[in-house]
Design a protein around this ligand. Structure first.
Ligand SMILES: *Cc1c(COP(=O)(O)O)cnc(C)c1O
Length: 488
C-alpha cells in the first residue's frame, strides 16, 4: 500500500441511499482514507515544516458554492485530501519545535479512528460503558503518573484551556459556597467579590477561562515574576495578605517560554493559610512529575486543589484532549453537572463522564488516553519526557556556543528561549531574531516560532514531539546556526 487509491478506483453504490446500509463503498472509502493518512505520515519527515500555501491561498483552494446535490463519499474524501495537501504543516514530525504541542502518536491516532468509528456519545456511562470504564481507568493512571491524590476527580476535556475553565469553575463555586453563596444557582450577581491572584507570566488561556467564568480577564491581581517567569513568593504573600474576600490563586507548572514551575510548596502553604483555592495550570509542565529525572522541577504541585493539563501535548494523544483534575470531586461535580429526567440516573459509586466536563454529548477521549498510556507505560513516558529535556539542554548548549547567540533561560525542562544578536541594541536584536526565524521557516529543516519574552523578541524551541532524537536536534541546531550566519 504505497500510493493511496483514488475515488474512481472504488466501486461504489449510491451515496445517499446505500444498500445494504454498510456496503463495499464504505469499506473502500475508509481504506482509502487510511491509505492517505499513511502516505501523509510517511512523508512527514521529508516535507517542509511549514505549509506550502498560506491561509489566503488555501481559502481560494477551498472556495466553492454550497453544493446543491451531494456526491459519492469516496470522491468527497479524495477531494478533501487533494484540497488540503498544501496547507498542512509537519506538526507530527520530529523537528517541529514551533509550539508546546505533541505529535499525535500513531497509537493514539489508531485509537482515535476507532473512537470515531464506534461513534459513542460519551454523555452517559450506562449507554457507553466501555467508554466510561476505559476513561475511569485512564483517569486513575493519569493521577498515578502525575503523582496526584488518587481520590481526585478527572474530567476529559478538549484541552488545557477548557481544563482551566472547568477547574476554575469548581474553584469559584467552592470559595463562594464557603461564604454561603450558591454560584451554580444564583450566578455572580450580588455574590461576594472573589479575588483572583495570578502570576504575571501565566498562559493567555487562563485569562480566557477567567473571562468565560465572569471573573474577568483583567480583574485579577497580577503577581510579579522573576527572570524565569516564576511568581515571586514575597509578592504573592504581600498580595494575598491584602485580600479580604474569597480567594482563588492560580499558579503554573511549565511556563511556555522557559518551562519554569512556580515555587509550589511555598505558594501552596501561603494560599492555604488564607483559605484560598490553589489551581495549577500544568498543561505540559505537570508531566515532569511522570519522569524521575526531572520530577523535582514540579515538586509541590500535589499540594494544589486543582490542576489543568493536556493529553495532546506531552502524552502525544491526537487533538483534542485535556484533563481537568480536582481534589474535591464534589465541588467539581457541582460546577459541571446538570441533570435531566431523560438522562440515566447514576448509582452510588458510579462515575458518569459528563459530570466532570462542560459538555453533555462528547467524544470518548478516554480511548486515546488509555491507549497512549498502555502503549508507552510508566517507563516509556518517563523515557520520553527525560529525552526531551536532555535534547533541549543539548540544543541550548550547542546554540550558546555560537558567537552572537544567547540562551535566555535556564534549560531544565524542555523549553529553550533563544536570542540572536544578544550583544546588540534591543531593536537590532529583535530584527535579527525575527530574520532568523523567517529564514529557518523558508529553509524547512525544522520549525521554531517567535515570542516576546521580558520585553525582547526570542526564538522559542519546544522539544515535545515523541519522534524527536538527538540527531534531529543536531540537524536543527545546524540549520539554526546557518540561518543566523546568513542574516548576521
Ligand atoms: C498549551 C497551554 C495551554 C492551553 O492549552 P490548550 O490545550 O491549547 O487549550 C495552557 N497553559 C499552558 C501553560 C500551555 O502550554
Amino acid at each position: 500500500m504505497n500510493e493511496p487509491p483514488i475515488a474512481s478506483d472504488i466501486h461504489r453504490n449510491s451515496a445517499t441511499l446505500p444498500d445494504p446500509i454498510w456496503n463495499a463503498g464504505h469499506e473502500a472509502m475508509l481504506n482509502m482514507a487510511a491509505a492517505h493518512a499513511l502516505a501523509f505520515r510517511r512523508s512527514v519527515d521529508k516535507r517542509k515544516q511549514w505549509p506550502e500555501k498560506s491561509f489566503a491561498e488555501m481559502r481560494d483552494v477551498f472556495a466553492r458554492d454550497l453544493p446543491a446535490k451531494g456526491c459519492d463519499g469516496a470522491a468527497v474524501i479524495d477531494e478533501l485530501v487533494r484540497l488540503s495537501a498544501d496547507g498542512l504543516s509537519a506538526m507530527t514530525g520530529p523537528r517541529f519545535f514551533g509550539w508546546v504541542i505533541g505529535a499525535s502518536h500513531p497509537v493514539g491516532v489508531a485509537a482515535d479512528w476507532l473512537t470515531s468509528a464506534w461513534g459513542q456519545n460519551t454523555g452517559s456511562h450506562t449507554a457507553t460503558p466501555s467508554a466510561a470504564a476505559c476513561e475511569e481507568v485512564a483517569a486513575g493512571w493519569l493521577l498515578d503518573l502525575l503523582q496526584l491524590p488518587s481520590k481526585c476527580s478527572v474530567g476529559f476535556v478538549t484541552g488545557a484551556t477548557i481544563a482551566n475553565f472547568t477547574c476554575l469553575a469548581a474553584a469559584r463555586g467552592e470559595v463562594l459556597r464557603r461564604t454561603g453563596w450558591d454560584v451554580e444557582a444564583q450566578g455572580l450577581f450580588g455574590a461576594p467579590p472573589v479575588d483572583v491572584l495570578i502570576g504575571d507570566d501565566a498562559h493567555t488561556s487562563v485569562f480566557s477561562a477567567l473571562q468565560f467564568l465572569g471573573l474577568g480577564n483583567n480583574r485579577v491581581i497580577r503577581i510579579a515574576t522573576d527572570y524565569m517567569g516564576r511568581m515571586q513568593v514575597a509578592a504573592f504573600k504581600f498580595a494575598i495578605a491584602g485580600c479580604s474576600g474569597p480567594i482563588i490563586a492560580i499558579a503554573q507548572a511549565g511556563q511556555i517560554n522557559t518551562g519554569a514551575c512556580d515555587p509550589m510548596s511555598e505558594i501552596a502553604d501561603i494560599a492555604h493559610r488564607h483559605d484560598a483555592w490553589l489551581h495549577i495550570d500544568g498543561a505540559f509542565g505537570l508531566w515532569a512529575r511522570a519522569c524521575p529525572e526531572v520530577a523535582s522541577l514540579a515538586a509541590g504541585c500535589e499540594l494544589a486543589d486543582s490542576w489543568a493539563t493536556d493529553g495532546h501535548k506531552w502524552l502525544q494523544t491526537p487533538y483534542d484532549c485535556g484533563y481537568a483534575i480536582v481534589r474535591d470531586a464534589e465541588a467539581h461535580r457541582r460546577a459541571m453537572t446538570i441533570t435531566a429526567s431523560y438522562l440515566p440516573a447514576v448509582a452510588e459509586g458510579e462515575r458518569n463522564p459528563s459530570y466532570f466536563v462542560p459538555e453533555l454529548s462528547r467524544r470518548a477521549r478516554g480511548f486515546a488516553t488509555w491507549a497512549m498510556i498502555r502503549a508507552l507505560g510508566r517507563e516509556g513516558i518517563a523515557e520520553m519526557v527525560g529525552r526531551h529535556c536532555r535534547i533541549a539542554r543539548r540544543m541550548a548548549n550547542a546554540l550558546a556556543a555560537e558567537p552572537g547567540i544567547a540562551v535566555m533561560n535556564e534549560v531544565a525542562l524542555n523549553q529553550v528561549a533563544v536570542r540572536f544578536g544578544a550583544d546588540l541594541p534591543l531593536e537590532r536584536g529583535d530584527e535579527l531574531t525575527a530574520a532568523v526565524i523567517d529564514r529557518l521557516q523558508a529553509d524547512g529543516t525544522c520549525l521554531a516560532g517567535g515570542a516576546k519574552w521580558k520585553g525582547c523578541w526570542i526564538m522559542r524551541l519546544s522539544v515535545i514531539s515523541w519522534p524527536t532524537t538527538e540527531a534531529d536536534a543536531d540537524r536543527s541546531v545546524e540549520a539554526i546556526i546557518q540561518a543566523w550566519r546568513a542574516v548576521r
